[in-house]
Design a protein around this ligand. Structure first.
Ligand code: PGA
Length: 249
């Protein structure tokens, strides 16, 4: 059965709350008839504004991170309950920038995935290899390890509803997109791993996105690949016209 494609925007550390409100105001009309599901993930301080501005539209809202503890002495962190209270439905977990600059490990990523699921928030779980790993030929082994650890203790039913984003680190923000063959090869390998761990039915239901310099020009050919269910979009999600093209790709 054909699934809806998803265009998920990762705004990273861009836009103030006022800019975010204005952006959703501009985007909502353009994107209203989009053929793909649309998710935007603004910075935490913009979430309340974006949720308010997106009310009654087809734009769903996600966060970019959460902490794995329920509450307590974790200065600067945001809990699952806080996100739920705002009405956040998705959360990006384990983005390569969080792993590189904020010391996230496969183990903390796993804890965050479990916490999000417990709270009823859909994880957008990121994985991806470095250029050195690709050149050494260990890409698929590496992705399998990342995902096996990240999914420890996650049930088949939970995985069915999850979003996994394959984002080769060498393609993020570089303008160098993976070819559709490279992207689909790894997305197929992710689906094969899910089949091994959870069975074909679960693997088929789970959503697998590609991310890394996905843009208005290349989205259609990437999304047409057999194992790519859409994209996680950084830079191009900050431009309303480009993101609209991607949401219709
Ligand atoms: P990019 O970022 O589209 O700007 O390459 C993608 C991401 O990091 O999610």
């Amino acid at each position: 059965m054909a699934k809806n494609k998803i265009a998920a925007g990762n705004w990273k550390m861009n836009m103030t709350p006022s800019e975010a409100t204005a952006f959703i105001g501009e985007l909502k009309g353009k994107i209203a008839g989009a053929s793909n599901e649309v998710i935007v993930c603004p910075p935490a301080v913009c979430l309340a504004n974006v949720i308010e501005a997106a009310k009654g539209t087809n734009i769903k809202v996600g966060a970019q991170n959460l902490h794995f503890e329920d509450k307590g002495a974790f200065t600067g962190e945001i809990s699952a309950a806080m996100l739920c209270d705002l009405g956040v439905k998705y959360v990006i977990i384990g983005h390569s920038e969080r792993r590189e600059y904020f010391a996230e490990t496969d183990e903390t990523v796993n804890k965050k995935v479990l916490k999000a699921l417990e709270a009823g928030i859909t994880p957008i779980l990121c994985c991806g290899e470095t250029l050195a790993q690709r050149k050494t030929g260990v890409t698929i082994d590496f992705i399998r390890t990342q995902l096996k650890i990240a999914l420890t203790g996650v049930t088949a039913e939970q995985v069915s509803g999850m979003i996994i984003a394959y984002e080769p680190i060498w393609a993020i923000g570089t303008g160098e997109t993976a070819t559709k063959e490279q992207a689909n090869e790894v997305c197929s390998a992710i689906r094969a791993l899910l089949t091994e761990l959870y069975g074909a039915d679960t693997a088929e239901k789970a959503t697998v996105l590609y991310g890394g310099s996905c843009n208005a020009k290349n989205a259609a050919e990437l999304f047409a690949c057999s194992d790519i269910d859409g994209g996680l979009i950084g830079g191009a999600s900050l431009k309303a016209d480009d993101f609209t093209v991607i949401a219709n790709a």
